[in-house]
Design a protein around this ligand. Structure first.
Ligand code: ATP
Ligand code: MG
Length: 242
């Protein structure tokens, strides 16, 4: 088990965004976190990655309680996230954005640049390498977000809606890349509304509703769980599992 979320709660004033969330992630597996808008998925990632502290509960990563560790130390240790709203350095090129991320782990600028070049190629950003991040089309921005995370050589990669805003044709290479990472043994936890991708990629699915774990299990069982179907009724049709 590489990641354990232990009775984690988080409130914003009176709003309980997470309530006693508990689940475990085995090394080398792929977990999907799904749930209606506002269920607490992004908040859960922020607490796991260290941008936010839980009100109570623990995060155990790679055998260590990291609950009190700041985000940059968790990332260095291999617990890395991407952001739903991507955050590149808009005035830097794609290559430099990735090199900055790579630089956190490499001893020299040269090593960082060479690692960045490899990651830029791998994420299909070669044609954009010298473009400014602020000028990228949406699909390339998503790839850049993934590239910056990969440059940190994650053991566990937390992906927050990397497929959102992409056309079906743009999604395919992104899903292919995630499949490659899985085949290499990387542990993935991804928040996603695109259900076919969840069904295809995930070994386990965690369903959040109003901050609580409503269900957890294999994708095929989750998709037909009456409680899960009910949780999505009344949602925008684009977000319903299909
Ligand atoms: N920093 C914050 N301050 C106050 N409330 C917040 C904050 N962040 C999130 N919330 C609230 O917490 C709840 C959970 O939000 P969160 O962003 O985690 O949901 P989500 O499941 O990621 O939703 P979506 O599918 O729309 O991305 C929402 O009601 C949201 O408005
Ligand atoms: Mg979110």
């Amino acid at each position: 088990m590489i990641l354990r979320i232990e009775t984690v709660s988080k409130a914003f004033g009176g709003l309980r965004a997470l309530e006693e969330v508990t689940f475990e992630v085995e090394s080398g597996t792929v977990h999907a976190v799904i749930g209606p808008n506002g269920a607490g998925k992004t908040t859960l990632f922020s607490v796991i990655s260290g941008e936010q502290r839980p009100g109570s509960g623990r995060i155990v990563f790679d055998g260590r309680d990291v609950t009190a560790h700041p985000a940059h130390l968790r990332a260095r240790a291999g617990l890395v996230r991407t952001f739903q709203l991507t955050r590149p350095f808009a005035a830097l090129t794609v290559m430099d954005n990735v090199a900055v991320a790579a630089g956190a782990l490499r001893r020299t600028r040269r090593e960082a640049v060479s690692a960045a070049a490899e990651t830029v190629e791998r994420t299909g950003l070669g044609d954009y390498a010298s473009r400014l991040a602020g000028e990228l089309p949406a699909a390339a921005r998503k790839r850049l977000e993934l590239a910056r995370a990969l440059a940190l050589r994650p053991k566990v990669l937390l992906l927050d809606e990397v497929l959102a805003g992409l056309t079906p044709a743009e999604r395919e290479p992104m899903i292919g890349l995630l499949e490659e990472l899985r085949a290499e043994g990387m542990t993935l936890v991804f928040v996603e509304h695109v259900m076919p991708a969840v069904m295809r990629l995930a070994d386990r699915v965690v369903v959040l509703e109003r901050g609580r774990v409503l269900a957890e299990g294999e994708p095929a069982r989750i998709a037909t769980d009456p409680r899960v179907v009910a949780a999505y009724l009344g949602e925008e049709s684009g977000d319903a599992p299909a």
